[in-house]
Design a protein around this ligand. Structure first.
Ligand code: MCA
Ligand code: AMP
Length: 505
């Protein structure tokens, strides 16, 4: 038996002395040295008692070593659960407990906090720092550089990614080897990735976009990445001449366009710019082409499905659309009430089916059943329509979701925190337009009768409980919230009111 994901992404590079990662400090990690470190890391997992199917939660800064931790999990058959580095203790506790993680790997600076969370749950904690040091790396240093890859099948789980929900409780999306591999194979082919590619990589590696799209495709094709720790305009502009391709969220593109150094000369040699995770304004697409001559290729995906649609490599890349269904992925637009497929051009809910679609939410059969139909179609919660050429347009969301700088924020999670604060009767959290992040978070608070809530204290409480990117950028006190006849808060009215009345910093 083999391990399809390991074999396709990693194993086949054994002995290749070709560059895999160009790091900011000038170091170059070859495919061979990356695999050697991966094997050493896999030994550490085995020595820690982890067996195939166990979960490892990682909250680590982006580094070559952090990527080797992912590869080691794949090689050892351990389910990889990456966590946003911005998450705070309360958020982390939930993920670690819910997933039943056996080992937590974190930055040395967070060791005490993570130990306080993991120890009572019976999970071990090791450290891996941004510079590649820490107890995990130390334990690996004297381990063999070969590891007997754990046999896995295409149906075995490879990763959990948590995605928040409209109820405020995050759900662990279970992704199999086949989910990840089939999608990488499709994307590498349709986007023409080869071993000559050098991808400019500035995305975080704890989400689908940076890990399962950008990294997996490059690995599959045998190319290299300029692996930046984060998006930094100066670094992007300095590194662009050495790259062939780039993937980013719309904020990357608007920030690049905001810099006069970003010109057609700088990008003339590039072959591909991909955008996703949030809507790319047609205006950004047009400005980008005017500046560089390149047409950004926009695609659409989700944590639960990886990528579903893409504008074509050859042929028209239409601004404001997310392109055509990928080979092997069925996409339909249905009536939310009946589930019936709607005529072309009508707006409905977007459903997808294919080898890319996840196996369900970890230990949440009811939530799985509500979103994943028996016939394999997944109800995305996005609203869209097909144009006359079969291109999909996303026109809205059925789910209450804010996307800020490519990060998903579920208002319910913030409302639960706000509602708990002294003097707050109820709250509503909405997304309002933001020039840099696309959307940003605004909180509306209805005070309890006769009280005047302390807005600063409420902000401080939110800061304590929630990752920075989820913090309301402003809180507004209102008398009441608009409700429909069913008593449901009408967020569309709030969004309409505050998009013009309120411009956050
Ligand atoms: C940082 N901050 C943010 C965000 N990022 N606030 C709201 N939304 C954000 N996205 C906070 C910082 O903590 C900081 O707080 C302040 O905002 C300004 O930070 P700044 O330095 O401007 O931000 P940055 O560090 O440059 O980060 C912005 C970023 C980053 C580059 C857009 O957020 C990013 O890399 N986003 C990509 C997310 C991503 O990979 N999404 C893919 C998900 P303070 O005020 O304390 O200084 S996968 C997905 O969605 C699906 C599957 C798909 O289709 O891909
Ligand atoms: P996530 O939960 O992080 O997987 O985010 C997935 C959601 O991001 C989708 O359901 C869409 O609402 C949104 N999304 C991803 N790509 C695009 C895109 N190109 N245009 C508009 N929305 C997108």
């Amino acid at each position: 038996m083999t391990n399809p994901l390991y074999d396709a992404l990693f194993g086949k590079h054994a002995g290749r002395m070709t560059p895999f990662l160009y790091l900011e400090d000038g170091r170059v990690v070859t495919h061979a040295s990356f695999l050697a470190q991966t094997a050493q890391f896999a030994h550490v997992l085995q020595n820690a008692g982890l067996v195939p199917g166990d979960r490892l939660a990682a909250q680590v800064e982006k580094s070559a070593e952090a990527l080797a931790l992912y590869a080691a999990c794949v090689q050892a058959g351990v389910i990889f659960l990456p966590l946003n580095t911005a998450y705070k203790a309360d958020e982390l506790r939930y993920f670690i407990e819910d997933s039943g993680a056996r080992l937590v790997v974190c930055d040395g600076a967070d060791l005490d906090v993570l130990t306080g969370i993991a120890a009572p749950l019976g999970a071990g904690v090791m450290t891996l720092n941004a510079d590649g040091g820490g107890s995990f790396a130390e334990a690996a240093s004297d381990q063999p550089t070969r590891f007997d890859t754990s046999p896995r099948s295409a149906d075995d789980l490879a990763a959990f990614l948590y995605t928040s929900g409209t109820t405020g409780r995050s759900k662990g999306a279970m992704l199999t080897q086949e989910n990840l591999l089939s999608n990488s194979e499709t994307l590498a082919e349709v986007w023409r990735f080869t071993s000559d590619d050098v991808l400019l990589h500035a995305l975080p590696i704890f989400h689908t976009h940076g890990l399962f799209v950008a990294t997996n495709i490059t690995l599959l094709a045998g190319g290299a990445m300029i692996f930046l720790p984060r998006f930094d305009l100066d670094a992007m502009i300095a590194q662009m001449p050495k790259a062939t391709s780039m993937m980013g969220v719309p904020t990357f593109y608007t920030r690049l366009l905001g810099d006069a150094r970003f010109t057609g000369d700088l990008t003339g040699h590039m072959r591909l710019f991909v955008s996703g995770s949030a809507p790319l304004l047609a205006e950004t697409h047009i400005q980008f082409e005017a500046r560089t001559g390149h047409r950004i290729l926009e695609r659409y995906g989700m944590t639960e499905t990886n990528m579903n649609t893409s504008n074509p490599y050859d042929g028209a890349r239409k601004p404001g659309t997310v392109g055509l269904p990928l080979p092997g992925v069925e996409v339909k637009v249905t009536d939310p009430a009946s589930g019936e497929t709607l005529p072309q051009g009508d707006v409905g809910q977007i459903e997808v089916r294919g080898a890319n679609v996840f196996r369900g939410y970890w230990q949440m059969p009811e939530k799985t059943a509500a979103e994943l139909r028996d016939d394999g179609f997944f109800i995305t919660g996005d609203l869209g329509r097909f144009d006359e050429d079969g291109y999909l347009l996303i026109v809205g969301r059925d789910k209450d979701l804010i996307i800020s700088g490519g990060y998903n924020i579920y208002p319910k999670e913030i409302e639960l925190v706000l509602d708990d604060q002294p003097g707050v009767l109820e709250s509503a959290v909405i997304g309002v337009p933001h020039a840099d992040f696309g959307e940003t978070v605004l909180g509306l608070i209805v005070p309890q009768p006769g009280t005047a809530p302390d807005v600063d204290a409420i902000q401080a409480a939110a800061a304590e409980a929630l990752a920075r990117f989820k913090h309301p950028r402003a809180l507004v006190i209102v008398d009441e919230l608009p409700r429909n006849t069913m008593g449901k808060v009408q967020k569309n009215i709030l969004r309409e009111t505050y998009r013009t009345q309120f411009t956050p910093a």
